[in-house]
Design a protein. Structure first.
Length: 256
């Protein structure tokens, strides 16, 4: 009931005056009180619940998405110079809601993730000088990796680092991205060390003498497979090293 009342009051102010809506930071209060806290509470317990609770959570996200889609449609019809400033956070919140929903849907279903990314990109189109939307895209890249949807570890990490750098290099930087850059550098370092160890093991295995009972054809197959594995690992190391150099160059350019 309280949530409905807050949402109703916020909508009334929005229709009456975008200036008052923005000046009084009603968007932040609306998002925090009516949506974010509730979603955070439910998400924290989703690991240990059944299908009914997950379905109920998805229904909640659908309700939130419908609300923010409606706000965007309403504000889009208002003739006011601050209209874009008002719509920008709506797209961020809408993208977040889809991201929460995507986290509990089937892993093979990428539809919700695409809606999520689309919202953040819409926000960037509205204001490319605000780093918030870029940072949210970095979160998406990381989420796809952790959900095993992204097929490439270094591609996902590279995307996340790229969006973090974009987030801090905007006229209005999103400062949380600084912390996440350090996190992704550490992940890159760990992955690089893991691949190097795998390459060393492959090289060590390739120098072993084949078993006496192994036929020549089987021996050739084994050596060919090991050589192919070495090439793949070497390529991964080169990609990770290149990724590291590009990101470091980007960071160095920001310090100048």
């Amino acid at each position: 009931m309280i949530k409905c009342r807050i949402a109703s009051l916020a909508f009334d102010v929005l229709q009456r005056s975008l200036g008052a809506f923005i000046a009084n930071e009603i968007d932040i209060q609306l998002w925090t009180q009516c949506f974010y806290r509730l979603y955070a509470e439910k998400r924290a317990n989703l690991q240990a619940v059944g299908k009914e609770e997950i379905s109920a959570f998805i229904a909640m996200t659908n309700e939130g998405a419908e609300y923010y889609e409606y706000l965007i449609r309403v504000v889009s019809t208002i003739s006011d110079r601050r209209r874009a400033e008002c719509i920008y956070p709506f797209y961020i919140h809408l993208g977040d809601i889809y991201r929460y929903k995507a986290g509990v849907t089937e892993k093979d279903d990428k539809t919700v993730w695409k809606k999520c990314e689309s919202c953040y990109r819409e926000a960037i189109q509205i204001n490319p000088n605000n780093g918030n939307a870029f940072h949210q895209l970095a979160i998406v890249a990381t989420s796809l990796l952790l959900s095993h949807i992204s097929p490439s570890q270094h591609r996902a990490t590279c995307l996340a680092l790229y969006y973090c750098i974009r987030a801090i290099s905007c006229d209005r930087p999103f400062v949380t991205a600084f912390t996440n850059i350090a996190f992704h550098f550490e992940r890159n370092k760990e992955e690089l060390e893991k691949v190097k160890r795998a390459l060393e093991e492959a090289e060590a295995t390739s120098t072993l003498e084949p078993e006496a009972s192994m036929g020549k054809e089987e021996e050739e197959r084994m050596r060919s497979a090991l050589e192919k594995k070495k090439e793949e690992l070497t390529s991964q190391i080169a990609s990770l090293e290149e990724e590291k150099e590009k990101v470091q160059a980007g960071l160095d350019s920001l310090k100048k």
